[in-house]
Design a protein around this ligand. Structure first.
Ligand SMILES: Cc1ncc(COP(=O)(O)O)c(C=O)c1O
Length: 451
């Protein structure tokens, strides 16, 4: 007998990721198409994308150059093995990417997601110390509230409790430093908060606790995104770098969100003037079109592997889809789009609030902070084209107020993201002043209507 479910919209079959499945399936929010700054729903309603999808569609939706590159690539070379084989676009892309990073971040390892980039970076860090004869350096350090994807390494070094607590003992040899959130001193900061560089000293405490000879690497998001946008206090990241140097501990920046223009600079490493040993990226690398990630690696690390007989594989790691031809074509066209339109610096501050659309970070900042004083708002923070509005949680029902805000904003035609009781905003970098006005006006309406 024919399976009657085929061809019907069986909402039950798809177990949706990071979703309140039962709530969603009672009133599905379905997107049918997207162009530029807007989604169109299956009912034909336009929704302004204030989140660049999931922090990934930095050049906006359905950009012709990227669409055409993917289509052409599918017809030309649909797949090529990445193990013991290559194709030219993979090398072209790697060369262009390392050209965007400060030397000595001169090598790239390709993955298919942020989570895979994190696993890859952690494995490279451990294997590097071993290759150098320091196999005793096996500990990995993360940070409270950190998000590094959902694989076992990532949730082990990650610090979001709900992402960890269901899954047993996780990786052993992992510890965490304290987070940097300090509303008491830093609420309503614009850009980097003034207070809290000393939170970095917690890294020294943890390294000394375990003995430096056992510590391999520390991983942090330069700006923590998924936990609700925590911007590092002034001087904090530089201090982490100094402590890592002192104890021969590798510093990994997880730039899955901050990479590719989100802060108004190509990478967070440019914004903060701190060069880590490894950088994980994904998302904006291919404008969210074809899944891809990349780990940037310093030469000293890469070169430590290039030893021994030349016919032997140097690093036993990789994915079937590493450097997938469609992803490479999409990423090359994405980089072209970013460069042609100056998108990677679009979110910079220009000291003025309006005008030519350059340095839009200032306009964004001023607009967001007009929401100060609205009901339930206990903090507003921003950097580049990222913003967050923290709400006072409902008594006894954490997350409920922000989730209500998400649903209302969607009804009003703006897609936002919420995590805990924080609204996170990260529009595509093609955003214009009138879009920002629309986002802020809608949020004002939503905040006024919340219980
Ligand atoms: C900092 C960071 N690392 C890793 C990830 C995981 O990326 P993915 O969902 O592509 O695996 C994310 C996703 O939001 C992220 O923000």
């Amino acid at each position: 007998m024919a399976d009657t479910r085929i061809g019907t919209n069986n909402l039950d079959a798809f177990w949706m990721p990071f979703t309140a499945n039962r709530q969603f399936k009672q009133a599905p929010r379905m997107l049918a198409s997207a162009k530029g700054m807007y989604y169109t729903t299956t009912e034909g309603r336009k929704v302004l994308d204030a989140t660049a999808g999931l922090w990934c569609v930095n050049a906006g939706h359905a950009r012709p150059r990227i669409v055409e590159a993917i289509a052409a690539q599918a017809g030309e070379l649909d797949y090529a093995p990445a193990f013991q084989m290559g194709h030219p676009k993979a090398f072209e892309l790697a060369s262009r990417l390392v050209g965007m990073m400060p030397s000595p971040l001169d090598h790239v390892f390709f993955t298919n997601s942020g989570s895979e980039s994190v696993e890859t970076a952690l494995k490279i860090a451990l294997a590097y110390h071993r290759a150098k004869g320091n196999g005793g350096k096996f500990r990995l350090i993360g940070r409270e509230r950190g998000y590094h994807g959902v694989n076992f390494g990532g949730i082990s070094v990650g610090g979001i409790v709900s992402n960890r607590k269901m899954f047993g003992t996780l990786l052993t040899g992992v510890d965490h430093i304290r987070h940097t959130h300090d509303l008491g001193r830093n609420a309503f900061s614009r850009g980097e908060p003034e207070h809290g560089a000393e939170f970095a000293d917690d890294l020294e405490r943890v390294i000394l606790l375990h003995d430096p000879s056992t510590v391999a690497a520390v991983i942090v998001e330069p700006v923590a995104g998924s936990t609700g946008v925590l911007i590092p206090p002034k001087g904090y990241l530089k201090r982490l770098r100094e402590i890592c140097d002192k104890y021969d501990v590798l510093l990994i920046f997880d730039e899955v969100i901050t990479g590719f223009g989100r802060l108004g600079t190509p990478f967070a490493t440019d914004y903060f003037g701190v060069v880590p040993d490894l950088v994980t990226t994904a998302k904006g690398i291919s404008n969210g079109t074809v899944p891809m990630g990349a780990v940037f690696v310093q030469s000293k690390i890469h070169d430590a592997f290039m030893d021994g007989p030349e016919h032997l594989i140097e690093f036993f790691h990789g994915y079937t889809y590493s450097a997938h031809p469609l992803a490479c074509a999409a990423a090359l066209a994405t980089l072209d789009t970013y460069m042609e339109e100056g998108l990677l610096t679009k979110g910079a501050m220009d000291g003025e609030d309006s005008g030519d659309g350059k340095g839009l970070g200032t306009y964004w900042q001023t607009a967001l902070h007009t929401l100060r004083g609205m009901p339930h708002v206990i903090d507003i923070r921003n950097i580049g084209l990222v913003g967050a509005i923290e709400l006072e949680p409902m008594a006894g029902a954490p997350t409920r107020r922000a989730f209500a805000a998400f649903l209302k904003a969607y009804e009003q035609g703006v897609l936002i993201r919420t995590t805990g009781d924080i609204i996170a905003l990260s529009p595509p970098l093609i955003v214009e002043e009138h879009h920002i006005d629309e986002i802020v006006a809608t949020l004002a309406m939503v905040l006024m209507s919340l219980e």
